[in-house]
Design a protein around this ligand. Structure first.
Ligand SMILES: C[S@@+](CC[C@H](N)C(=O)[O-])C[C@H]1O[C@@H](n2cnc3c(N)ncnc32)[C@H](O)[C@@H]1O
Length: 273
């Protein structure tokens, strides 16, 4: 435990509690230095000298609280991250949903990318759904995150040359335009995705979703917060629907009604009542 003047153990505890209560994100002693460096940045931007004063600021100023939470998130992502999930989407989930939904006469598939970061995940889903859905089937995607900066990137749909490496060439040509320094997503693909600020600690208000992707987000939460988030997913999903979580994440031992599904491509969960 470090107890320096800038950021004492008591300060760490105070911030840790606030972050957890506001977002579900669980800071441990191991990532204390990350918090400390992000706080230094926030203090510099706000022209403040002490973490105590900044704590008072974010306790009163909701906008700065959002900026602070944004600054402590980890936003690592990439196009076609964990291809096995997209194979399971293509070969298991979509064929199942087409069978189930055909009988209802509802030809729209509703998808949520929860914790979408800078948008690579929802754009990957959009490209794939566009390829695999036969007419008259349609889809729409809500992509949400707690990071406003990330959401702006997603909404802009511009990705630097170095970031599009995971996109197969044929998809890159079909769904993006080459522009200076990178690639810009086509307007018709962008129109399928609604980027929206949402903190997973709250109910999203979304209902009847057919597929939820929440990958590499739960790892930042403790068991209590994870269970609460997963049970809120349950409420937002249709009676026959599918949930993807990160490949290093699991609902094992959690009090949820989701059923584990093992496909030949990847494991996932379903709500099948
Ligand atoms: C590591 S990224 C994962 C991005 C993408 N799902 C993937 O797997 O590539 C985790 C994202 O979760 C978001 N996040 C963390 N806590 C959140 C919360 N309470 N509500 C909404 N998003 C949150 C972060 O801002 C970050 O962009």
């Amino acid at each position: 435990m470090a107890d320096d003047v800038f950021f004492t153990d008591a300060d760490f505890e105070m911030y840790r509690k606030l972050i957890y209560n506001e977002s579900g994100i669980h800071f441990t002693a191991t990532n204390r230095s990350i918090l400390e460096s992000r706080l230094k940045e926030r203090l510099r931007e706000n022209g403040l000298a002490s973490v105590r004063i900044y704590f008072d600021t974010i306790s009163k100023d909701k906008e700065e609280l959002k900026n602070f939470l944004d600054s402590i998130t980890t936003n690592l992502t990439r196009f076609f991250r964990n291809q096995a999930h997209f194979d399971a989407l293509q070969h298991h989930v979509v064929p199942e949903l087409l069978k189930i939904k055909k009988a209802t006469g509802n030809y729209n598939i509703k998808i949520w990318s929860a914790g979408c970061s800078t948008g690579e995940e929802p754009y990957t889903i959009a490209m794939l759904m566009n390829e695999i859905l036969p007419p008259p089937w349609k889809f729409d995607i809500v992509a949400s995150d707690i990071s406003l900066k990330c959401l702006m990137t997603g909404k802009e749909g511009f990705y630097a040359d170095t970031r599009v490496t995971g996109i197969p060439d044929a998809y890159l040509k079909k769904y993006f335009d080459k522009v200076e320094g990178g690639y810009k997503a086509h307007a018709d693909m962008m129109s399928k995705i609604r980027f929206d600020y949402h903190n997973l600690k709250n109910d999203s208000g979304l209902r009847n979703l057919d597929i939820v992707f929440c990958r590499n987000v739960l790892i930042y939460f403790d068991d209590v917060a994870q269970t609460a988030v997963v049970n809120r997913f349950w409420d937002s999903m249709a009676s026959k629907s599918f949930l993807f979580i990160g490949h290093s994440e699991s609902l094992f031992g959690m009090a949820t009604k989701f059923e584990f599904v093992k496909t030949q491509w990847a494991t996932l969960y379903r709500k099948f009542i």
